[in-house]
Design a binder for this molecule. Sequence first.
Ligand code: PMP
Length: 449
Amino acid sequence: MIAPGRLAELQAREEARFRAEHPRSCELAGRAREHLLAGVPMHWMAKWPGGFPLFVREASGSRFVDVDGREYVDFCLGDTGGMSGHAPAPTLRAIDEQARRGITTMLPGEDALWVGEELARRFRLPKWQFALTATDANRFSIRLARHVSGRPYVLVFNWCYHGTVDETFATLAGGVVGPRRGNLGPPVNPAETTRVVEFNDVEALERELAHGDVALVLTEPALTNIGIVHPEPGFHDALRELTRASGTLLAIDETHTICCGPGGYTAAHGLEPDILTIGKPIAGGVPAAAYGFSAELAERVGAAIELEDVDVGGVGGTLAGNALSLAAMRATLGEVLTEEAFARMIPLAERWTSGVEAGIAEAGLPWHVTRLGCRAEYLFGPDRPRSGSEAHAAGDFALERYMHLHALNRGILLTPFHNMALMSPATTEADVDLHTAVFHDAVIELAAG
Ligand code: PMP
């Protein structure tokens, strides 16, 4: 147990150390406040612990160096956008060669065919489209599902995250759907667009799908954005049966769960979605996303769209499918995020998990650690959550910020807004062992107070 007042005392010590050791980041953060909203190029970056964000000089492989010359092991990896490791050589080569031959033309090139074939092989869905972000891949999937089904609702699981997609910012409280806390300017109350049930709650899923008005269930195969929540045995079978029985499309978002292997959780567990979406790491950090369709759905989509209207249908975008993204995807999928890479990355996450488990046990804290492929995370509760709500209840913002800052001050970056670590093909056992040692010191000191 952590004694009252202990956390605040340690937090003050770590903040002072952070400020003293990062004078250049501090100076840049001060300047940034003049012309960047909240002093950052993207609002979320204001949430990093320490009073101001680190400014990065360069990143390579599993590490980055800040503007004060300090080096870090990066387990955040751009919250999965850098899961390939930073600046992987094959992707860099492809970017360089393609950039010299033209970045965007609104015409297809041969790389699109290679990538489509590779995605079909990995995820077992035959037809693909491209977008720039996973958010867009999800938004476009929702639109197409509504269009072909003529149904108004989307169903998501409580505390899901699928990007900045209006329909998904809905939470369930006391059985009532409403806007998620912090949702800025929702166009309508999401209760008008979205049905929400708890992950692993088959009964509620059946009840909500029985309305017959849900176009699409959109879910990660295991939740990764509210801590890791694993599906219980039989959950995916029930989800597939119930969606088929109610004429509802099933979209699986593999943006994070690609950590389970080259074909994500879907290939690893034989799932059969109608749509699969993925973004973030598939082009080595270059903006790129993809969404794939079953043969049957592809046919329905084709039949439901007028050629004359394809450019104003609310799906796609000028830069989607651009030559640079596709060249980067080809190199990253073909040479970086390969079968062999996952065979190295997953044991590293097992090693990270064992290290954290040992630290928790020695400190006697009521926490636990869980792993999904090459991703792992600790939660501030004793038991594995069954649902997003249970995982949310184990959250502790102040404690999380402290653990992040403590790690950062000792050369380790964790994924923000979680206690999550991701392994890249460039991550080493020494990187993992550094985390184990730092985590051990953090929890022993916390518990000692
Ligand atoms: N889907 C999932 C499962 C995600 O975790 C995220 C981002 N964390 C997204 C989609 C959205 O990705 P992006 O912000 O790159 O559009």
